[in-house]
Design a protein around this ligand. Structure first.
Ligand SMILES: [Zn+2]
Length: 211
């Protein structure tokens, strides 16, 4: 059978992983038997979902310190929820507590090895630290498990281009950025600068100096 809606949060994005469906929003799990019938469920509690929703509102309002308080409350109620852990990582990152962020992303991966954005966000942390080898390893692990239909994929892919360029392949990096741009990525100028790739328009401006 195909599950269409999460019973706990009403979310409509359920991802099939092995013998279970997982709600990509609240982390509820639906275990299937060999006939694809749901045999057991691990539903995330309503009060945890309410806190999670509150934290998202605070995040969108850029109120990261308040978001952190709410996420910690949610975490204390549901320590094994990898979605809460990923958002905690993002929140610590926004508060510039980078080591804490890394700790949360690592924990998220321990809880759920399919948490692709936990890997790619670590990649971006290491990119910003200038540790391109370490960054590349995390992107290589994270990207294959993120759906290409999600914008997160292309954001991470463009960020990975910085490491690809810095590790000696600027041509491949430029092709990656172009591919990300074809999928809606808008930050090409900044990422090319970070990658040390000369922008095309600059090249053509230079050419236009000559007849
Ligand atoms: Zn759900």
């Amino acid at each position: 059978m195909i599950l269409l809606k999460c019973e706990a949060c009403g979310g409509r994005e359920l991802k099939k992983i092995g013998n279970m469906y997982e709600c990509i929003y609240c982390d509820s799990k639906y275990i299937l038997d060999e006939n694809e019938k749901v045999v057991s469920k691990e539903l995330t509690e309503a009060k945890v979902i309410a806190l999670f929703e509150e934290s998202k509102r605070l995040h969108e309002a850029n109120k990261y310190a308040e978001e952190l308080e709410v996420l910690i409350k949610a975490y204390e109620m549901d320590e094994n929820n990898s979605k809460i852990m990923v958002n905690l990582g993002r929140c610590y990152r926004n508060l510039n507590m980078i080591d804490k962020a890394i700790e949360c992303y690592k924990k998220a991966i321990e809880l759920n090895p399919n948490e692709g954005t936990a890997y790619t966000n670590m990649g971006t942390i290491y990119t910003l630290r200038g540790d391109y080898k370490e960054a590349a390893q995390y992107y290589e692990k994270g990207l294959p498990i993120i759906d290409k239909a999600e914008f997160d994929y292309w954001l991470a892919y463009a960020n990975y281009a910085v490491s690809v360029a810095k590790l000696g392949n600027p041509g491949k990096a430029e092709a990656m950025i172009k591919e990300a741009e074809a999928h809606g990525y808008k930050n090409g100028a900044v990422i090319r600068k970070m990658a040390g790739i000369e922008s095309k328009s600059f090249g053509s401006k230079l050419k236009s100096l000559f007849s």
